[in-house]
Write a protein that binds this ligand. Structure first.
Ligand code: PGA
Length: 271
């Protein structure tokens, strides 16, 4: 059974006080909703604080990134075990911003600076496997850039990213992941992928999952859409049969709008 899900990715926003207030607002607005997994992914620095605010509610904690080693001399990195000890149950892996594939790069983002964000397909695969081994659910993001879409490469890119991300996993492990289709050109730009097109590409993602894990494997896997999801387009998106929910940046930074996304998803998809 795939679970409808609404996940708020706060990205590099919220100091501790802001994180606490936002998490409180989400608990008030959506913390008792059942039948939809409600996730918050604050920055690392606010994980523990948000964990204490959401305790006792239905809201779950996610991290935005992870490193695959358990411990050691990896300055600035965070392990699966550290995330679990902060209360995380999920971790976002391979977000296009971590892959250095920005929808709207800063004007001064040169190639050299972009290399800071260096997740390759192999890194995404290694991180996802480490997350699973440590008991966290990876939310694996895939999606094409505008140039790739215009060159008619969307399906090939997305398929390759899915196959690479799942490489070497058992069907049981694959059954434990969440995928997110996030067209890079729709992230933070206000441009949403038309719901039928997002639905179609998620069909391509499910076919890629089946090609790796066996026919029918994708049926039970939650696949989200991400890219400018907001209250006025969420209903059309989650009404599509392949779209199980959203991975939301901008609209997750206001408790009211994020709670509305959860409520609509519950209305349309909840049991
Ligand atoms: P957005 O971000 O909702 O601000 O477009 C989505 C994402 O990056 O997951």
């Amino acid at each position: 059974m795939r679970v409808p899900m609404m996940a708020g990715n706060w990205k590099m926003n919220c100091d501790l006080a802001e994180a606490e207030a936002l998490a409180r607002g989400v608990v008030e607005g959506a913390g008792s909703v059942e039948g939809v997994a409600v996730l918050l992914a604050p920055p690392f620095t606010a994980l523990e604080r948000v964990a204490s605010v959401i305790a006792g509610s239905n809201v779950k904690l996610a991290a935005q990134n992870v490193y695959w080693q358990e411990e050691g001399a990896y300055t600035g990195e965070i392990s699966v075990k550290m995330l679990a000890s902060c209360g995380c149950a999920y971790v976002i892996v391979g977000h296009s911003e971590r892959r250095g594939r920005f929808g709207v790069p800063e004007p001064d983002m040169t190639e050299d600076l972009l290399r800071v964000f260096g997740d390759t397909d192999a890194a995404v695969n290694t991180k996802a496997k480490a997350a699973l081994a440590g008991g966290l659910t990876p939310i694996i993001c895939v999606g094409e850039t505008l140039a790739e879409r215009e060159a008619d490469l969307t399906d090939a890119i997305v398929k390759d990213q899915v196959v690479a991300a799942l490489e070497g996993m058992t069907p049981e492990q694959i059954n434990g992941v969440v995928l997110a289709y996030e067209p890079v050109w729709a992230i933070g730009t206000g441009k949403t992928c038309e719901p039928p097109e997002a639905n179609r590409v998620i069909g391509v993602i499910r076919a890629a999952i089946d090609s790796v894990a066996g026919a029918g494997a994708a049926h039970d896997i939650t696949v989200l859409y991400g890219g400018s999801v907001k209250p006025d387009n969420v209903r059309a998106l989650v009404s599509q049969p392949e779209i199980d929910g959203g991975l939301v940046g901008g609209a997750s930074l206001k408790a009211g709008s994020f709670s509305e996304l959860v409520t609509v998803t519950k209305e349309v998809r909840g049991s």
